[in-house]
Design a protein around this ligand. Sequence first.
Ligand code: RTP
Ligand code: MG
Length: 142
Amino acid sequence: MSADATTEETLILVKPDGVERGLTGEILRRIEAKGYRLVDVRLVRADRALLAAHYAEHEGKPFFEPLVDFMMSGPTVAVRATGHRVIEGFRSLAGTTDPTTAAPGTIRGDLGRDWGLKVQQNLVHGSDSVESAARELGLWFA
Ligand code: RTP
Ligand code: MG
């Protein structure tokens, strides 16, 4: 694999529901099977300051506080991954936000379920742009 201008890096999180359910290995397996490279993996007990920075765009939305509480409920696995168009590619692997309607074949579609809670516990996060990847990697791999 050679690096070129289309090689990106992204932040992937296995959220506390994924870690708690023992799905970390399965999720990392799917990322690697797609051909992306894991260059750093870290188990993080996120605090409120980290999560407020990470989810700054959602501050004030009704799901913001439940989201922060959920993300503090247990450890998260933070992953620095690289590959050709990995940002778009991982979001495609992850599937859409709501696990009930996420396409079968995706992480959320195959493994996620709607728990009827105030926030979508949807197993994973992936940065959505080059700019957010740089910002989020700086937060989680400070
Ligand atoms: P992510 O940022 O985690 O990769 O997910 P996303 O782009 O698909 O979703 P986003 O709209 O950025 O929302 C961030 C996370 O907030 C939770 N959420 N819950 N109404 C709800 O219950 C709701 N809406 C959003 C999810 O955990 C989502 O991934
Ligand atoms: Mg998002």
